[in-house]
Design a protein around this ligand. Structure first.
Ligand code: AMP
Length: 278
């Protein structure tokens, strides 16, 4: 497995490849969710590239950039065991050298949900994703449904800017008890780990009500809200039942709906989602 730190070295490697290249962008501290993306790339692409980059531009001041978990040695061992062909692990100066001043803004979709809580977040995400696509020039790029809005925003970016890549979305990987895997789960100490189950439980409740015939989005939100309110360690950021494509909030679920939420457990902000299909 090759590990590249510079854009120039990655490009030299890339030019020597024939066949399809798949890219899995990550911020490292890898888990089974990331591994599922790597495995998906292996089944469709001839070569798999994983990027590891904790992208500073998608963090706001006061967020967890400095303490975001990192363990590159462990990540590289995991990726080597998965037979990944190349890892691109640049430092921040390689991606944003002095004088850097160009950003990509996807409109509409980025103003709500995660974008409402984290105003500059998606501008950072779309900027780094477009840069990675230019650098690696993959045939396919893989993202998790865990970050459902990110996936929708990247699909829009690729469509609007005519990027020649197939965006592949993959299902959420969960712990046996339902907690969605996340690098940030490492922040959950003591009773926070059990309290964090309110996210997946509230989504399960929404799915159960929906399966029993409930189509009123307001009722789904309210039932989720009261389930979470019963957990004293949880503080709701948002609960959304939105059109799965436009992310517009719904009154009635008549087409596929993205049910998503962000909740703080102790000091840790967690997100999760599910799609309801009538
Ligand atoms: P991150 O390293 O958190 O930026 O995530 C890198 C990629 O892995 C993103 O496309 C995420 O959506 C995806 N991912 C993170 N957690 C999961 C999970 N539990 N299941 C599936 N994909 C995930």
């Amino acid at each position: 497995m090759d590990v590249f730190r510079t854009i120039a070295d990655l490009r030299t490697w890339r030019r020597a490849q024939t066949g399809d290249v798949g890219l899995v962008p990550t911020m490292g501290y890898l888990h089974e969710g990331h591994r599922s993306l790597v495995r998906a790339a292996h089944t469709s692409d001839d070569r798999t590239v994983v990027s590891i980059f904790v992208n500073p531009t998608q963090f706001a001041p006061g967020e967890d950039l400095a303490r975001y978990p990192r363990d590159e040695a462990r990540d590289l061992a995991l990726l080597d065991a998965e037979r990944v062909d190349a890892v691109f692990a640049p430092n921040a100066g390689e991606i944003y050298p002095d004088g850097y001043c160009t950003y990509v803004d996807v409109g509409r979709l980025t103003a709500r949900l995660e974008g409402a809580s984290r105003p500059a977040h998606f501008r950072g995400v779309t900027t780094v994703v477009l840069k990675l696509l230019h650098i690696v020039q993959p045939r396919r790029v893989y993202f998790g449904q865990k970050d459902a809005q990110q996936l929708a925003v990247v699909r829009t970016l690729v469509r609007d800017l005519d990027v020649d890549v197939e965006v592949v979305g993959r299902p959420i990987v969960r712990e046996a008890d339902g907690l969605a895997l996340s690098s940030r789960n490492v922040y959950l100490c003591g009773d926070d780990r059990a309290a964090a189950l309110v996210l997946s439980r509230s989504l399960a409740l929404a799915a159960e009500l929906f399966d029993a015939g409930e189509r009123d989005a307001g009722v789904l939100r309210a039932r989720m809200r009261s389930l979470i309110a019963a957990e004293p360690r949880a503080e709701i950021d948002y609960i959304s039942v939105a059109d799965a494509e436009t992310l517009d909030e719904l009154e009635v679920v008549a087409a596929p709906a993205l049910v998503s939420l962000a909740v703080r457990i102790g000091g840790t902000r967690l997100i999760d989602n599910t799609v309801l299909t009538p």
